[in-house]
Design a protein around this ligand. Structure first.
Ligand SMILES: [Zn+2]
Length: 168
């Protein structure tokens, strides 16, 4: 049976912002702040229970001493780094269905907009009329819709799933 991937949450080290955005896109609760430093990660209770993702060997060692779960990301490509995360956690499959759950900008919860007229002042008219479903971040109010970039994301997810399926 497939795992519920959202059981995992992360703190992403300052160097890995693109990874953080992808994890949010895939529906994971992911803390990322470019100003975060090692001492924050090691000492802050607010990150308790989150898995630390970093390319810093020294930080990995310090986390391990304190019993904090970490995954080292030192692959050459973003795709390989993402696959490393999911393999480590025994996640076998990433689903397109988890898109539009977590805001890629702020990690807020995204909600489906019931009445699209309520956002008519926030997006261009042609967009409002050409789409049926819109989503909105409950925290930063960013509006999302299914656009052309979805094909790009679907390709990335397909590539990830092919690699995950290849491991037995
Ligand atoms: Zn947001």
């Amino acid at each position: 049976m497939a795992r519920n991937i959202n059981q995992y949450s992360f703190v992403v080290d300052a160097m890995l912002g693109k990874i953080a955005r992808k994890l949010r896109l895939f529906g994971f609760d992911t803390v990322y702040d470019p100003n975060i430093d090692d001492m924050d990660i090691l000492n802050s209770l607010k990150y308790y229970g989150r898995i630390i993702l970093t390319n810093d060997q020294a930080l990995i060692k310090r986390c391990k001493k304190r019993g904090i779960n970490t995954i080292l990301l030192n692959n050459k490509t973003e795709l390989e780094n993402l696959v490393t995360i999911f393999r480590t956690l025994d996640i076998k499959y990433i689903s397109l269905q988890n898109l539009f759950h977590v805001c890629t900008c702020c990690n807020g919860i995204i909600e489906t907009i019931i009445d699209k007229n309520s956002i008519k002042n926030q997006i261009p008219d042609r967009l409002l009329h050409s789409r049926y479903i819109f989503y909105k971040c409950s925290q930063c109010n960013k509006i999302y819709w299914i656009g052309t970039h979805i094909e790009h994301i679907a390709c990335l997810i397909r590539d990830i799933n092919i690699k995950l399926a290849a491991v037995n």
